[in-house]
Design a protein around this ligand. Structure first.
Ligand SMILES: NC(=O)C1=CN([C@@H]2O[C@H](COP(=O)(O)OP(=O)(O)OC[C@H]3O[C@@H](n4cnc5c(N)ncnc54)[C@H](O)[C@@H]3O)[C@@H](O)[C@H]2O)C=CC1
Ligand SMILES: O=C1O[C@H]([C@@H](O)CO)[C@@H](O)[C@@H]1O
Length: 316
């Protein structure tokens, strides 16, 4: 897979990114040997971008990812690691003191001297002015210390990105991580891409499978989507299955089609899923997407297109 530039960071990342929340058992138990095999397979197939956070599995995802990268025994410059701060099993805390402590805790769990990207995690759950006036300034200090090379912000509502980026000094935020807004059922992120480009901010798009909605197994119990959206995605998956096709492959390829998005983070729990998703990316580049199936699935999902759910607190 040809690597893509990530904003103005100079980082070159694989179009398929390894989402490590499943390594924190967020979608079900993943035995350690399977996790190690999945990360090993990802590296062998050209995936170089790994995303985690202290929130996934209450720090388990970071610890397991660190173990898997060590077990793979590849040089540090062979991979790009992103983690987050501010969201934890026990709740949210974006204070300068907590995020300063958080990055040291993450580095210890990952077994790394630095992370490439440190995101403020799901910032819609705090007063965005705290992110602008307290959290991002202290993350700049962490960046100067060398513990994080670049700074990002993540969350569901797209409005959080313009609110923050319109107020912080240019270059304070290097990347954003949006999720569930660039896939067959929801392409709302498209409208923000020109703005993000104008700010020189790199774009990471996560959850091409809508956190499991666009899979044959369906979403986990905790999935917050409205019932109508869940039912429509189920119908789309069943339609593909009836035709002997795979909605997950179609969804992966759809999310990978926009080159303005540097990397698509997909949560993976096995070497088989790594192989399937990389194969989907390669097939997209060689023979394109199944246009007929895509049109059929888009018709099924039309009534729920860009349907989302609320996330976070009321902003003043
Ligand atoms: N707020 C934030 O910062 C967010 C960050 N993320 C990051 O992005 C990553 C991807 O998002 P996810 O939530 O994991 O959702 P996703 O849309 O990537 O779906 C993950 C689910 O799809 C399954 N899956 C993956 N490949 C498959 C295949 N080939 N066949 C069948 N099933 C397959 C996985 O086992 C898992 O159950 C996360 O792991 C996390 O690292 C995701 C959401 C929010
Ligand atoms: O960061 C996050 O990950 C959660 C889910 O996508 C697991 O991968 C999501 O609820 C949260 O924003």
């Amino acid at each position: 897979m040809e690597l893509r530039e990530l904003g103005a960071t100079g980082l070159r990342v694989s179009p398929v990114g390894f989402g490590a929340s499943p390594l924190g058992h967020v979608f079900g138990d993943v035995p350690r040997d399977v996790a190690r095999a999945a990360v090993r397979r990802a590296l062998d197939l050209g995936i170089n971008f790994f995303d985690t956070s202290p929130y996934y599995g209450g720090t388990v995802s970071e610890s397991v990812l660190g173990d898997c990268l060590r077990a793979a025994g590849v040089p540090r410059d062979r991979f790009v690691v992103a983690t987050k701060c501010g969201r934890y099993r026990e709740g949210f805390d974006f204070s300068a003191a907590r995020v300063t402590r958080s990055v040291d805790e993450s580095l210890a769990r990952l077994g790394l001297d630095y992370v490439d990207i440190l995101h403020c995690h799901d910032i819609e759950f705090t007063d965005l002015d705290q992110i602008v006036n307290e959290t991002i300034p202290v993350l700049q200090k962490i960046k100067e210390s060398g513990k994080a090379r670049f700074i990002g912000i993540t969350g569901l509502p797209l409005s959080i990105y313009t609110y923050v980026l319109d107020q912080v000094p240019p270059g304070s935020v290097d990347v954003i991580l949006s999720y569930c807004h660039y896939g067959i059922n929801d392409t709302a992120l498209v409208d923000l891409l020109p703005y993000l480009k104008s700010k020189g901010v790199g774009v990471i798009s996560a959850s091409p499978l809508a956190m499991g909605l666009l899979t044959d197994n369906g979403p986990p119990e905790w999935h917050p989507a409205p019932k109508e959206l869940k039912l429509a995605c189920r119908a789309a998956a069943d339609h593909c299955k009836k035709k002997g096709k795979n909605i997950t492959k179609l969804a992966m390829q759809y999310s990978l089609m926009n080159n303005e998005i540097s990397t698509v983070l997909v949560g993976m729990n096995s070497p088989e899923q790594v192989e399937e998703n990389v194969a989907a990316a390669i097939e997209l580049s060689t023979s394109g997407i199944d246009k007929e199936l895509l049109h059929e699935v888009e018709a099924i999902l039309e009534p729920v297109k860009n349907m989302t759910w609320s996330s976070g607190i009321e902003q003043a």
